[in-house]
Design a protein. Structure first.
Lengths: 200, 556, 312
């Protein structure tokens, strides 16, 4: 992620029109908007290739198994709610409940990745199996990378929560991480619809 | 609030320009100097190309070498010259114009800059690979870009895609930084409609980067996978679609032209008022026109693909959107003319560059309308007509605007005055060279000479000789520029804080400004920019600030 | 652009302005007429339509360009600051009525151009129904055309790295020189066997990319006798520049005769500058980087020539 949070280095950064303390969050939101365009590009590429294809599925493949990914989807979507709960408790100052739900969110993210790995290992087609295989692994792989990034960011935030006085000045890292996680979630829902729900 | 903002001149240590500085003003100059290094490299490649094209036969270099040259010329000039040089200006001007101490994310800024030499070296290194550099043009259309005769994993095309991807990362880092800085770090009192037009255009251009670049990155990732892993997103034999890449590529690369030209519009809008001593005509309309260009610029990309086999309704639709861009652009051109009209024109070097740039830009706009017209485009697309149009925009307008900006703000950031005589000579050579080189490309294209050719039919020889002579003149034109920059920076006359009597926050700083610009004493903005002749001060206590600066210069 | 200063211009100034605008109109009309001469000869029924549109836009463009340049030249000559005059000019910050005018006029103008262009576009109907036919594995490197894929009136155009081959299915003729009958509509079927190519005949004002994996139908009607150039217009690799062929437009009798003679001719290697240069370089290397090896010259009935003088 290109957004290493940079604390305002000089005291003079805090004057002027409005508060300048929120740059990090502003920058991060701008970055997320930009990042979503890459997914948009991949989604539209997928749709165009699929609509133009004469035979979309490679020989010997009947389509994707959807039950396991559906469970995965439920887990990932619920993890957004546990994350909201965690933030709620942080707001109330119940730091241990925050850590608990935060950790639960991380665990659910990790479960999602595990499920994804299991699914990949059971597939009969590969990355180079035509545009079907190519787009499938590209979309799920690129999304998986984002899930992994999200889990790592959450780990970092969890570690920082043990720094004394960390939240005194308002913690933007947690907000940014949770925005990122919701973003990854929404992307997955679109992806699930495109890959698993959309039948020929 | 007296004698504030006036920390002494920073120690003139040239060493800081060679290290990992986080000062936007140092990074800005680093960007510009690195960009001009690559400008010379890219220009050298262009000289060899014009040498090859001065005769119809492919005789000077091998055809593979020619293809490598034109590919690298385009790639270097775009990704290593014009984007970095504009980011350099953004770094110098945005914080000083809005009264910010630095960029919002100084370390991100450093990282974004240092990626430039990294991918520059990567790109140049591809000349020394056994495969040679990429040879399929800066568009890198598959399937020809996927052909890899040697079969090596590390080939020219591979390094090319890698360099373009790194350039994209660097530009996104820069864009996040510039947009955040402009949105959140303006001086007190500087609402959006009191912001200088350069900042408006930078905001518009960087917004385009943020929306467009990821699409190119996505397309490039798929190209890299096709090239190196063996997927078939764009390979017809595996069910892929080569035209899909063209959509990804142009969705970014057409707006990329606006990323380049919008800040140049900003430069024109800054400089015309200064040198005509009049406010910018229709400031609000000029600001808004930038964002109308952004909106329209995102829905015109198919005009690059009219002969690629797109359906008739799509051709008509994209023709209309493309032509509509003429309207906000026209608003800007007329606003500049309105600014000049009735002014007290001063033909200084920066002003001459602006006027020359505007001349070339209007010409390019007219050929642009022709290129948007489907039936004409069908005939001239992929011919030298496009090359001529494009170079009128990029060299004739954008590079001349960049030169204008450099001469105009040189005293502010170096503390020295550039020499007028050398500057005017540079301007004359550039203007004549650009027109002599790029005007003949239009008749060539109309007659049917395709672009990217290493040899051509003899009937095109006359115009090619002219274009080559103009090209060599452009090569010469850079000499007075370099002489001027080096000698005036080393021993030019010391610059006062406001040598052009210009209005703007940056001119209320000493030349060169302190590292944190205004520090803790950012003045409060109380009026619109460009108040020439109105007598209204731009900021509170302006007279005090000016007096303190003048005093400081007197005792220096 | 008229003056935006509050001062009303006098009758002499208005008359001078009117004369100047009249002069610009005259110059623009003259340039618009001259612009026909910048284009190659008109050899298809599309060419007059395209050229008319080009001339129209050249006229308008010349007027706009000269108008803007006149204002720039005027201010540079008349509104120059006196030496040592450090003062500011009269502060005019804008004029909403002018803004509306110079938004509306360009808008109407470009919409008019677009409307005209759409009319021409429809008239041209350049692109026939585009089909996405996936190519069969072509085993046709050797020998004439099998003749089972196309309706008889079509000509198949096969683009390769780096040669053009033209096949006339009903006559079982193949050639590396394109022969067309005067004033007779012809439909091409454009296919590529490797990368993107561009089918571009400047004298016909027509261009169409040839896309591997697709077959594209493309129609035109030649209207002028002569010999023209077909150029590859979409970059296709090392010998892109040399990937050209000649197009001969001939009368119906000549065309029939040519087809008859061609059908009787034995197969031989067609024209391929790339293959010839590549062979020459094998014995006589000139440096450079590794290249894709050119496809062998197609085996055709008539190689034709690419060195005869051409009209455009």
């Amino acid at each position: 992620m290109s957004s290493t949070p940079v604390p305002p280095s000089s005291p003079s950064a805090a004057h002027g029109e409005g508060q300048h303390a929120n740059h990090n969050l502003t920058g991060f939101i701008i970055f997320l908007c930009s990042e979503s365009v890459i997914f948009l590009a991949f989604f539209s590429g997928y749709a165009i290739l699929r609509l133009a294809a004469l035979d979309w599925l490679p020989a010997g493949v009947d389509g994707l198994e959807w039950r396991m990914p559906l469970i995965n989807t439920v887990v990932l979507v619920s993890s957004s709610f546990t994350m909201v709960l965690a933030e709620h408790f942080k707001g109330k100052g119940k730091i241990w409940l925050f850590r608990g739900f935060w950790l639960l969110t991380m665990a659910m993210g990790a479960y999602f990745l595990y499920g994804q790995a299991v699914e990949w290992s059971g597939l009969t087609f590969g990355f180079t199996s035509g545009t079907f295989g190519g787009t499938f692994y590209l979309l799920t792989g690129f999304h998986g990378l984002h899930v992994l990034t999200g889990i790592l960011l959450m780990g970092l935030m969890l570690a920082k929560s043990f720094v004394p006085g960390n939240y005194d000045g308002g913690e933007q890292g947690v907000i940014a991480t949770s925005l990122f996680w919701h973003f990854v979630d929404v992307i997955w829902i679109i992806l699930f619809v495109l890959l698993y729900v959309w039948r020929a | 609030m007296t004698s504030t903002a006036l920390s002494p001149e920073p120690p003139a240590s040239w060493r800081r320009y060679f290290g990992f500085s986080t000062d936007a003003k140092v990074i800005g100059i680093q960007y510009i100097v690195v960009a001009f290094f690559f400008f010379l490299v890219g220009g050298l490649l262009a000289m060899i190309m014009r040498g090859e094209l001065i005769t119809p036969e492919a005789d000077l270099v091998d055809r593979t070498v020619y293809n490598g040259l034109y590919t690298m010329h385009g790639t270097i000039m775009l990704f290593l010259f014009i984007f970095p040089v504009l980011n350099g200006l953004n770094n110098l001007l945005i914080p000083t114009m809005i009264g910010a101490p630095d960029m919002a994310f100084p370390r991100l800024n450093t990282a974004a800059f240092w990626l430039v030499p990294v991918f520059g070296i990567l790109l140049i290194a591809s000349f020394f690979l056994p495969s040679g550099p990429a040879t399929s043009g800066w568009w890198s259309y598959p399937p020809v870009s996927l052909q890899n005769p040697l079969g090596h994993l590390i080939n020219g095309e591979f390094l090319w895609v890698l360099a373009v991807a790194l350039s994209g990362v660097s530009s996104i880092m820069g864009a996040v930084n510039f947009v955040t800085t402009i949105l959140r770090m303006r001086a007190p009192g500087m609402g959006l409609f009191r912001m200088p037009v350069f900042c408006w255009t930078a905001l518009a251009a960087q917004t385009l980067q943020l929306i467009g670049l990821p699409a190119l990155t996505g397309g490039a990732v798929m190209l890299l996978l096709d090239l190196s892993v063996g997927t078939s997103f764009y390979r017809p034999e595996g069910g892929g679609d080569p035209v899909l890449y063209q959509h990804f590529f142009w969705f970014y690369s057409h707006p990329a032209v606006y990323v380049i030209i919008l800040p140049v519009f900003g430069i024109f809008s800054e400089l015309f008022p200064v040198y005509s001593r009049k406010p910018l005509f229709g400031y609000v309309y000029v600001c808004l026109a930038s964002f109308i260009i952004v909106g329209l610029g995102l829905i015109v990309w198919v005009h690059h693909m009219f002969p690629s086999g797109v359906t008739q309704w799509m051709r008509n639709l994209f023709m209309v959107t493309t032509m509509l861009i003429a309207v906000p652009t026209g608003v800007k051109v007329f606003a500049w003319l309105g600014t000049l009209w009735g002014g007290k024109i001063r033909l200084t070097t920066p002003m001459l560059f602006c006027l020359g740039g505007l001349f070339n830009f209007v010409f390019a706009g007219i050929t642009g309308i022709m290129l948007a017209t489907v039936p004409i485009d069908i005939h001239v697309s992929n011919t030298y007509f496009v090359v001529g149009h494009f170079h009128y925009v990029i060299y004739g307008a954008a590079v001349m605007g960049v030169f204008a900006a450099i001469y105009h703000w040189f005293p502010k950031f170096t503390g020295r005055m550039p020499y007028e005589g050398l500057g005017k000579l540079h301007c004359l050579l550039t203007f004549v060279g650009a027109n002599l080189s790029f005007l003949p490309m239009h008749p060539m294209g109309l007659m049917g000479m395709p672009r990217r050719v290493s040899s051509y039919d003899p009937e095109f020889a006359f115009w090619n000789v002219l274009a080559s002579l103009g090209g060599f003149l452009l090569g010469v034109s850079i000499i007075p520029f370099l002489l001027n920059m080096i000698s005036s920076w080393a021993r030019g006359p010391k610059a006062p804080h406001n040598p052009w009597n210009a209005i703007g926050l940056e001119w209320l700083l000493p030349s060169p400004p302190a590292e944190d610009n205004f520090g803790e004493h950012v003045p409060t903005v109380i009026s619109r920019p460009y108040g020439y002749g109105t007598g209204e001060p731009l900021v509170e206590h302006q007279a005090d600030i000016e007096r303190a600066l003048t005093l400081q210069e007197a005792i220096r | 652009m008229t003056s935006s200063t509050p001062r009303r211009p006098g009758p002499i100034a208005l008359a001078a302005l009117a004369i100047w605008i009249g002069l610009l109109v005259a110059i623009s009309l003259w340039v618009a007429r001259a612009s026909y001469g910048w284009l190659p000869v008109q050899a298809s029924n599309a060419a007059p339509l395209v050229d008319g549109l080009f001339s129209f836009e050249t006229g308008i463009g010349t007027f706009v360009f000269l108008g803007v340049i006149s204002v720039m030249a005027w201010v540079m000559l008349v509104h120059r600051a006196e030496k040592y005059d450090e003062s500011d000019a009269e502060p005019i910050e804008g004029n909403t009525r002018l803004e509306v005018i110079w938004t509306a006029i360009p808008f109407v103008l470009v919409m008019a151009i677009a409307w005209y262009a759409i009319q021409i576009n429809t008239e041209l109907g350049v692109l026939g129904p585009m089909e996405h036919i996936h190519l069969r594995d072509s085993q046709e490197q050797q020998g004439g055309y099998p003749g089972d894929r196309l309706p008889a009136e079509q000509v198949e155009v096969i683009a390769r790295q780096w040669s053009w081959e033209f096949r006339y299915p009903s006559q079982h003729v193949s050639s590396t020189e394109l022969h067309l009958e005067l004033n007779r509509p012809i439909t091409f079927r454009l296919v590529s066997e490797d990368v993107l190519h561009g089918f571009f005949i400047p004298a016909f004002r027509l261009k169409q990319d040839v896309i591997p994996g697709r077959a594209i139908d493309f129609s035109l009607t030649p209207t002028r006798l002569g010999r023209y150039r077909l150029r590859d217009s979409q970059f296709s690799g090392t010998w892109f520049a040399a990937n050209q062929a000649d197009v001969v437009v001939e009368t119906a009798e000549d065309h029939g005769l040519w087809l008859k003679q061609a059908a009787a001719a034995p197969l031989q290697s067609g024209l391929s500058v790339a293959a010839a240069e590549y062979t020459e370089q094998q014995t006589n290397p000139r440096g450079g980087w590794p290249t894709v090896v050119p496809a062998p010259p197609p085996q055709v009935n008539v190689p034709g020539s690419s060195s005869l003088p051409h009209d455009a």
